[in-house]
Design a binder for this molecule. Structure first.
Ligand code: ADP
Length: 454
């Protein structure tokens, strides 16, 4: 599905006054939109060429702190500029905001105008190019799970994030009546995103009170990551417009189900699905088997890119539909990887490890790199695991903490070869900083547990 607005159409809309604002955005390390709101006339006359931003935007944490230790940018280097280069193929209306359009940017070095290697879009583009050199295109879909709350973001923040009240009172998995009560939020999400050019499939209630899922039709990998980022942004913004809060924190309460972002993937060549082999028992081609073997073998190396924060690891619990093992299975939701559409044209791999907090560009890039490695080395695929995978003692484990995932990332020669040392070191430092901050802070749990009893 091409972007619904060409540059020419944008210029016409600016001329007739229907668009007066253009959001010019980059995607940061956390997968958020950062940028500027342009007067549309300025954008179509000059700024469509490029604009600039402080290079700290790709070296902050969630709270916009500027940690030391990034080679690419620092106080010492004076925090210079990056070029934000609008990708004019991504222009689209933002129908939930009046008179507004949006464009996504690639991030370029200020001096030589080459892509900044640790920019999420550049990281994904590099792996797409590597796959293309092998003759394949990746088609991906990311599911978005999140929670809606009764109160607004401001009310929740002012209340210290306590006594959080989900928008509904009970588990609403596939529940039509309960989700009808949420249509004032979900219907504009589906319809505005569709009008913005995102191929929305559906939304549904998920397996917890207040939990939602939004599905977008599978698309070329870069489009998929762009769609995910715009949809996540829209969910937060539209929920806010309706007086509610949406969170993509993977585990907002230890007694509640977590939120994930499953990633569906298949490889294609000249419009033909290359994972299909009708003669195979499960309809899987050798290419698919090698790709999946790479995904499984390197999952511990790239788990950081699927679960980037301390909280992400609270989701990986037995008996919750969140996986704990790096194995594959046939239509079984307890394994890290699930074969979907067995024996059909839509045969694909669903990775179930990622949390709702993943950055889709980084997650997809890391998985493509692992799949490419599997293909290049013709890695053999073990037999699928059956039954309750949680209890399978022989199956490999997904790293159980950010600390373990950080160690794996830092020491991964596979990721270093595929992405470059500079990229791996940059994100390893981001993980290390999360850990430093977490280790420094005294949590509510420690106080409640030990204040009187220790
Ligand atoms: P589920 O019942 O697990 O939600 P769906 O049939 O709704 O499964 O599909 C989940 C996602 O998989 C959708 O976003 C869909 O577009 C995507 N998908 C379908 N076919 C493919 C494919 N060949 N490659 C990648 N993703 C696909």
């Amino acid at each position: 599905m091409p972007a619904p607005m060409s540059f020419k159409e944008l210029k016409a809309a600016v001329k007739d006054g229907s668009i007066d604002t253009v959001l010019v955005c980059l995607v940061d390390m956390q997968g958020r939109l950062m940028g500027k709101r342009f007067h549309a006339v300025n954008f179509v006359e000059t700024s469509f060429e490029e604009t600039h931003c402080c290079n700290y935007l790709l070296a902050t944490d969630l709270e916009m702190a500027t940690p030391e230790g990034f080679a690419a940018t620092s106080w010492r280097a004076g925090y210079g500029d990056y070029v934000m280069k609008p990708d004019l193929d991504t222009i689209r209306p933002v129908p939930w905001l009046e008179g507004t359009a949006m464009v996504l940017c690639d991030v370029l070095d200020h001096h030589h105008h080459k892509p900044v290697p640790h920019s999420p879009r550049a990281i994904l583009k590099k792996q797409i190019e590597r796959l293309s050199a092998l003759g394949f295109d990746a088609m991906m879909a990311t599911e978005l799970e999140f929670f809606l709350f009764a109160d607004s973001l401001d009310a929740i923040r002012e209340g210290g994030f306590r006594d959080l009240k989900p928008i509904s009172g009970y588990n609403e998995d596939y529940h039509i009546f309960q989700t009808t009560k949420e249509e004032h939020v979900m219907r504009p999400i589906r319809n505005h995103l569709y009008a913005a050019g995102l191929p929305i499939e559906n939304s549904k209630g998920e397996a917890e009170a207040g939990q939602e899922e939004l599905n977008i039709r599978y698309s070329p990998a870069l489009d998929c990551a762009d769609y995910h980022t715009i949809a996540k942004h829209a969910v937060k913004e539209i929920a806010w417009q309706q007086g509610h809060a949406a969170t993509f924190l993977p585990k907002w309460h230890h007694d509640r189900v977590g939120s994930s972002s499953h990633v569906h993937q298949s490889l294609w060549q000249d419009g033909k699905a290359m994972f299909v082999d009708k003669s195979d028992e499960l309809g899987m081609s050798d290419l698919m088997k090698h790709y999946m073997a790479g995904l499984i073998a390197y999952a511990p190396d790239y788990t950081y890119f699927l679960a980037p924060y301390v909280n992400s690891y609270k989701r990986f619990a037995k008996g919750t539909f969140a996986p704990t093992k790096t194995v594959w299975s046939v239509d079984n939701r307890t394994a890290g990887f699930r074969l979907c559409g067995a024996g059909t044209k839509g045969v694909r791999i669903e990775c179930r490890i990622g949390g709702s907090d993943l950055n889709p560009y980084l997650a997809q890039a890391a998985m493509l790199a692992a799949g490419i490695k599997g293909i290049e080395e013709k890695m053999p695929l073990a037999s699928p695991t059956r039954g309750d995978v949680y209890e399978d003692a022989k199956a490999g484990d997904i790293p159980q903490s950010l600390r373990a995932a950080h160690e794996n990332l830092k020491g991964s020669s596979f990721l270093r070869a595929a992405m470059g040392d500079g990229v791996v070191d940059h994100y390893a430092r981001a993980a290390e900083w999360e850990l430093e901050e977490f280790d420094r802070v005294v949590t509510d749990w420690e106080i409640a547990r030990g204040f009187e009893r220790a």
